[in-house]
Design a protein around this ligand. Structure first.
Ligand SMILES: Cc1cc2nc3c(=O)[nH]c(=O)nc-3n(C[C@H](O)[C@H](O)[C@H](O)COP(=O)(O)OP(=O)(O)OC[C@H]3O[C@@H](n4cnc5c(N)ncnc54)[C@H](O)[C@@H]3O)c2cc1C
Ligand code: FES
Length: 510
């Protein structure tokens, strides 16, 4: 979605607005030259930038000002008020910027600034001559872009087993699968972008081994690729279900665009689907296939979906949300066999199924790293700079386990925004910046018209403090262990989620 699609609201800022309308730290939504503009005040300074987030068009005026930046309420991207730059993923593009003039008691938005042209700087001493990125997902793409944004002019090769260029993976189970997003929303960047930025994409290309002594990646097609610095961003693979019939053609997993396309193709004739797994992906698939009018049944061993991550109360709420939309749950049981047009459960029940979608979790794709002798323990172990145990080798995204400063534990998550931010940090560290990765984890999940936002990380907790009413789709749940605040879940409270993120950030820096 582009900036220009947001309807024009608020005053015409070119006509000027009274200074008294904007207290210190306040934001005002208006427009200038036919575009939505956010006017913000920090002390005596006024800033005017595009009001729509460049990720999915989120309303920045409903976000949070933090120093001279603004954070998007939808998925927590962050933009500089001074330059319009996207400082934090998931936004990858800057917003526009306007000159602001104060005249007496009024502030006027004047002409739009030209977008700053990034200068490529000559490589600093010690900068690697070539960078190889293994993985064309969130982390790999963000790293490649960041290397160029930071002025890196050496060779960048991005090797991806996917046949498709880096894509908006979260959308594959949401609007795209539901039929509400065209496929041209799915690529993160155009083919021209990679050409213009001199990023060599090797698609449909699988790495088979890493030789850390000779700094070389060996490819399964027999080729090889030398590197000075390597980023492993191989993500995670869906866990395969070991039941009889799981290899039948009506059985699908969902990780890639090809997977999502294959599912969509079958929705043209399939009427009944059984989703195995009541995880985020399983339930997002359930919602999207309900949007396509399929009959959906969900099978999962737990008593309450998502209770392990969100607690019982929120889990029951999500279950009831799906049940109200016609999803039938079979909980506390697992499939015993997948047959022709049916799934038989351990409970003995048989469910009719033209289509079966399995979403029972993922495993980090660590095989290459293990074979190369890197330290691996439920993920590739990295330090706070995302360096692995091998010199010149970094890891980021779903595959990496890093020391999280909020919990004081080493963690690994499967969050889009974290993967992108880690890719960005790893890129800067490849260039010798020594930047710690200490962003508070964030993810979102979408079910019908309801979005759940989660900041922080709580694998274990002893208390959940609820504020607001779940049934009204308006609440905040704070997860605590002892006196430590670990995570905050919000529904219908985007600004609260941003404030929660700030609260957790303050715990890290204190
Ligand atoms: C359907 C779906 C919906 C999701 N929705 C959300 C959401 O709403 N919110 C959220 O926060 N997160 C969501 N996620 C999770 C999010 O997409 C992941 O956390 C994120 O993609 C991880 O990024 P990554 O770069 O680590 O790995 P990936 O994006 O998985 O990329 C890994 C890349 O490595 C490549 N690769 C693997 N092995 C090799 C090899 N040997 N050689 C070459 N290439 C290799 C793969 O082909 C792929 O290109 C969703 C995930 C899926 C699948
Ligand atoms: S719309 Fe702004 S971060 Fe997604």
């Amino acid at each position: 979605m582009s900036e220009g699609q947001t309807p024009l609201l608020g005053p015409d800022l070119t006509q000027g607005v009274p200074v008294s309308m904007l207290a210190d730290g306040a934001m005002l939504l208006g427009h200038a030259g036919g575009e939505p503009v956010l006017l913000a005040r920090r002390g005596a300074e006024f800033f005017a930038i595009g009001a729509a987030c460049t990720h999915y068009g989120g309303p920045l005026a409903e976000g949070l000002l933090v120093d001279d930046t603004v954070r998007c309420p939808w998925h927590h991207a962050c933009f500089s008020l001074r330059t319009g730059e996207a400082l934090r993923a998931p936004a990858l593009n800057p917003v526009s910027r306007w000159r602001v003039e104060r005249r007496g008691d009024a502030v006027h938005v004047r002409e739009k600034h030209e977008r700053p042209v990034r200068q490529r700087r000559p490589p600093a001493a010690g900068t690697p001559g070539s960078v190889v990125i293994l993985g064309g997902g969130a982390a790999g793409n963000a790293a490649a872009e960041t290397l160029r944004n930071e002025g890196y002019s050496g060779r960048i090769t991005l090797i991806s087993a996917d046949d498709f260029p880096p894509c908006d993976r979260p959308n594959l189970s949401k609007d795209y699968l539901a039929g509400n997003a065209p496929e041209d929303w799915i690529p993160l960047r155009s083919a021209e972008f990679y050409r213009e930025h001199d990023i060599e994409l090797r698609l449909g290309c699988r790495a088979g081994a890493i030789d850390t002594a000779n700094r070389e990646v060996r490819l399964e097609d027999g080729g090889s690729c030398a590197y000075d610095a390597l980023l492993i961003a191989t993500g995670a693979d869906p866990i395969r279900l070991a039941v009889p019939g799981a290899d039948r053609p009506q059985v699908h997993y969902l990780r890639t665009l090809a997977d999502s396309r294959a599912l969509i193709a079958k929705t043209s004739w399939a009427k009944r689907v059984v989703v195995i797994g009541a995880s985020f992906i399983g339930l997002e698939v359930a919602a999207s296939l309900r949007a396509r009018k399929l009959e959906v049944q969900v099978v999962a061993p737990e008593d309450v979906p998502m209770a392990r991550i969100m607690g019982t109360e929120i889990g029951k709420f999500i279950q009831s949300l799906h049940a109200r939309r016609g999803v039938v749950f079979h909980l506390g049981t697992t499939p015993a066999e997948i047959g022709d047009g049916r799934v038989t459960l351990e409970s003995g029940e048989t469910l009719a199924a033209d289509l079966v979608v399995i979403g029972v979790g993922v495993r980090p794709a660590t095989a290459l790293a293990e074979r190369a002798g890197l330290a691996v323990e439920r993920g590739i172990l990295v330090n706070e700079y995302l360096q692995t145990s091998a010199a010149g080798v970094f890891a980021a995204g779903d595959v990496a386990r890093w020391p999280d400063r909020l919990t004081g534990e080493r963690i690994r998550v499967e969050h889009w925004v974290v993967a992108e931010r880690q890719g960005q940090t790893a890129a800067r560290n490849i260039l010798g910046r020594r930047e710690r990765f200490d962003a508070v984890p964030f993810f979102w999940s979408q079910h019908y018209d309801l979005t759940i936002s989660y900041v922080g990380h709580a694998e274990r907790w002893d208390r959940i403090e609820m504020d607001g009413r779940l049934e009204a789709g308006d609440c905040r749940a704070t997860f605590r262990r002892g006196d430590r605040k670990l995570a905050i879940v919000t529904i219908g409270r985007d600004l609260d989620s941003l404030r929660g993120e700030r609260e957790l950030e303050a715990l890290i820096t204190s």
